[in-house]
Design a binder for this molecule. Structure first.
Ligand SMILES: Cc1ncc(COP(=O)(O)O)c(C=O)c1O
Length: 373
């Protein structure tokens, strides 16, 4: 049979799958047990009342059928209430919220519903690798936009026209919180360029040094040009549960729901009910998690002093590798895995990302091995 090219052929290597394979191969070799600080997988799950809500819901016979495709209204109301309380943003739960099986799905869907084949999608460089997969699956054109030292896009280098812009604060991998005025700048650029904006707020609550979480939707005009992704994975330690939201522009939200009506058949109702318990119940765990990551961040910055290490938010620290040092050498010589910066874009070359989502003891051992690189 004749092989016909498809847009799947455009997909880049899946960065994290490849990284995991490299780390597993290194771990299998003789030597000290390897410390993996490459992967960002939350090491602390949700608080007990959330797991209890899941179990209680799963025992009710009526939750096992197909869920409403658009999600439970109570879940949309719970995220809207949280947006009001935590970020000072009013959201219409019916028209401005789409429920997602994880925010990764939403960032893929954004390109599907807002971009035509061949159009330009502007991505932060360095940025989350899956954005590039979204561009490929939409058969769109990738336009990298370098981030400046404070994490702000270099707007002078932005294209005049584009179909979409991805933004991400606190940002993976550079761990920068939204610099003052960046959302206003993004909205002004989007209006000129005719682009939709997606703000990836997956690490929204993980901000340090007294900073306040900053939702894109709190900026005037944000809803006219775009929307925000909120994830249950990081704020509540529910990465494996696959639950997130697209919140903002009613047209984009409707398009996402439309796509999901065709592509999926809803999310298990017990998971959605547990999501309501997480969002509407006691919030102590969100702050406890934030404090824990901040303490780990402090230790990582101390261990990496002299390496331009940054960590304003997220559970990552971004640092510069000394001349001649590579992540492969760290793996072989120090038995520590970190994520190579170039995997996040050309601007990441010579840098690396370290994950704080690792048990304290392991993290400290890894930091000890990195000291003095
Ligand atoms: C920047 C960023 N966006 C989105 C996601 C996806 O999160 P989830 O699909 O678990 O909501 C991640 C996960 O690591 C991420 O780092």
């Amino acid at each position: 049979m004749r092989a016909r090219p498809t847009r799947l052929d455009r997909l880049p290597e899946q960065y994290f799958t490849a990284l995991l394979a490299r780390v597993a191969a290194a771990a299998a070799q003789d030597g000290e047990p390897l410390i993996d600080l490459g992967r960002g997988n939350p090491d602390i799950g949700p608080p007990p009342h959330v797991a209890d809500a899941l179990c209680a819901a799963a025992r009710r016979p009526e939750v096992h059928g197909y869920a409403p495709f658009a999600g439970l209204p109570a879940l949309k109301e719970a995220i809207a209430a949280r947006y009001c309380e935590v970020y000072g943003v009013d959201v219409d739960p019916e028209r401005e919220v789409a429920v997602l099986p994880g925010s990764k799905t939403g960032l893929m869907e954004f390109a599907q519903v807002c971009v035509e084949r061949g159009e330009a999608i502007v991505l932060p460089d360095p940025g989350y690798p899956d954005y590039r997969s979204a561009v490929a699956l939409a058969a769109a054109r990738h336009v990298p936009l370098a981030l400046l030292a404070d994490g702000r896009p270099d707007w002078d280098a932005a294209p005049r026209e584009a179909a979409a812009l991805y933004l991400n604060y606190p940002s993976n991998p550079v761990a920068a919180c939204a610099p003052a005025g960046v959302f206003e700048e993004a909205i002004a650029w989007a209006e000129r360029a005719g682009a939709w904006v997606m703000h990836d707020f997956a690490y929204g609550d993980l901000v340090f040094d007294g900073r306040r979480p900053a939702s894109f939707l709190a900026t005037e005009g944000a809803r006219d040009v775009g929307f925000e992704l909120f994830s249950m994975s990081k704020s509540y330690g529910m990465a494996g549960w696959r639950l997130g939201f697209a919140i903002g522009n009613t047209e984009v939200v409707a398009r996402i729901e439309d796509l999901q009506n065709h592509q999926f058949a809803g999310i298990f109702m017990a998971v959605q009910e547990a999501g309501v318990a997480a969002l509407a119940g006691p919030q102590d765990s969100v702050e406890e998690r934030r404090v824990l990551y901040e303490a780990r961040r402090d230790r990582a910055l101390a261990a990496l002093a002299g390496h331009d290490a940054r960590g304003e938010g997220t559970f990552f620290v971004w640092f510069r590798l000394p001349d001649g040092m590579t992540c492969e050498r760290l793996l072989e010589e120090r038995r520590v895995a970190v994520a190579p910066g170039e995997g996040f874009g050309e601007q990441g070359r010579g840098w690396a990302r370290l994950s704080l989502a690792t048990a304290d003891e392991k993290l400290d051992l890894g930091l000890e091995r990195l000291r003095g690189i």
